[in-house]
Design a protein around this ligand. Structure first.
Ligand code: PMP
Length: 427
């Protein structure tokens, strides 16, 4: 164990998860690559979801942040804040939510927590619907929503949450159905669960593609079908776009747009990559919902000028370079290559994804049984080959997750796939 690792163990909580038997100390990054303290270079196939939406050390973002830092670093509230207003206008416009208001936070957890406060206040109810296998954050309220119990450090909750089917297409009682039948069965399940609630349910919260849950997604249109039922009951729809936003899925700018037939969500949350590493989260809601709070409120750091400067520069880069299009093109090629590798690898049950978001489900060959140990071995072997991968999944992290920065090139996609192929073979 390195000295830094043992100091980590001695001073930080035991439940703070670390990747790899010998965890990596990252020291710098550039483009789609990062380097560790020993000078080893890695192709980063996971940082795109964590923080780095566009590219590591993007000069445009670095310049915006250093310029802002040399002028003013201050709280976001109590005074007019130009970068915050500029970014809020752009996010409101991009959101697709009519009469949108934007509130910035410092994390996805805090964004979802705020969304919950809005929905429960608007509906005067603490009853929530969430998806099985979901992840929504680590605060007291969001842990109480999270269906994936691998990531719910406490079972106590201030909310009453009921979980419905639909987030996972390939496993469970409806797996054998056609897409249309799957949607029908999930709507019937939703109706059934609603029939067991007493009084009002405030909202349904859902990730359009489950992130921590292993990049699982329902057929397009599921949430539009849910929406019909929710609207009838006056229940709000909260889309958690923390992993799926900003063009990551290639086909759409927001994940919910694959389910848009019956209109946009009432509330949308975002975080992670928009600041390219600076902590930005946020909530967008139509004004009637956002303004249902009946007292003043502030966030000292949510929307601070320095994070907003990063967000503005990053968003401009993303749009000007059509990184959503890049995600569709390069992600499409990568998925094709991964599917071919998967088809020739007995422990790969499924390769799935959309855009630059790919999941590889690892099972014991010939069965449907999750095989987290093998997934861990592939992750270690890929690291040895100079490739960083993520893990996830409802069944004890048996899914390898791939989500590189959105500027990934075709050559890098091919390079990463080749390392991954060797890593899979070595298990
Ligand atoms: N929602 C989703 C879908 C997430 O994936 C995450 C983070 N993994 C969160 C919320 C929480 O975000 P944060 O870690 O920034 O609090």
């Amino acid at each position: 164990m390195t000295d830094l690792h043992s100091r980590h163990q001695a001073v930080l909580p035991e439940w703070l998860a670390l990747y790899y038997q010998n965890p990596i100390e990252l020291t710098h990054g550039e483009g789609r690559h990062v380097w560790d303290a020993e000078g080893r270079k890695y192709l980063d196939f996971f940082g795109g979801i964590l923080t780095t939406m566009t590219a590591h050390a993007l000069p445009e973002v670095t310049k915006a942040v250093t310029e802002q830092a040399s002028r003013l670093i201050h709280s976001s509230t109590l005074y007019l804040n130009r970068p915050m207003i500029d970014l809020a206008e752009r996010v409101a416009h991009l959101s697709g939510i009519p009469d949108a208001r934007v509130f910035f936070t410092t994390s996805g957890t805090e964004a979802n927590d705020t969304a919950l406060m809005l929905a429960t206040t608007y509906r005067r109810s603490n009853q929530l619907l969430a998806m099985r296998n979901s992840y929504h954050g680590r605060s007291f309220s969001t842990v109480g929503l999270t269906g994936n119990r691998n990531w719910s450090p406490t079972s106590l909750s201030p909310l009453q949450t009921l979980y419905v089917h639909g987030g996972v297409r390939y496993r469970g009682p409806f797996a054998h159905l056609s897409d249309a039948q799957f949607i029908e069965a999930c709507v019937a399940d939703l109706e059934d669960v609603l029939g067991q609630t007493r009084g009002q349910v405030a909202a349904l919260i859902a990730e359009p593609i489950q992130g921590v849950g292993g990049f699982t997604s329902p057929p397009d249109g599921l949430y539009a079908a849910f929406r019909e039922v929710l609207t009838r009951e006056g229940i709000l729809w909260i889309a958690d776009e923390v992993q799926t936003g900003w063009g990551r899925t290639g086909d759409h700018f927001w994940g919910w747009q694959a389910h848009a037939e019956n209109g946009p969500p009432d509330i949308m949350t975002f975080a992670k990559g928009i600041g390219n590493g600076m902590s930005i989260g946020g909530v967008v809601a139509r004004s009637e919902v956002m303004n249902c709070i009946d007292s003043g409120s502030i966030s000292t750091f949510g929307g601070s000028p320095i994070t907003m400067a990063a967000g503005l520069a990053n968003l401009s880069y993303l749009l000007e370079h059509d990184l959503q299009g890049n995600s569709r093109r390069v992600g499409g090629l990568l998925l094709e290559r991964l599917r071919a590798i998967g088809a020739a690898t007995p422990c790969v049950r499924e390769v799935r994804g959309r855009g630059l978001m790919a999941g590889i489900e690892i099972v014991r060959p010939g069965t449907d049984q999750a095989w987290p140990q093998a997934a861990g071995q592939v992750q270690e072997a890929a690291r040895e080959g100079g490739l960083l991968l993520g893990k996830g999944g409802g069944h004890n992290t048996s899914v390898l997750r791939i989500a590189p920065p959105l500027s990934l090139t075709v050559a890098e996609a091919e390079e990463g796939a080749a390392v991954l192929e060797r890593a899979l073979r070595s298990v």
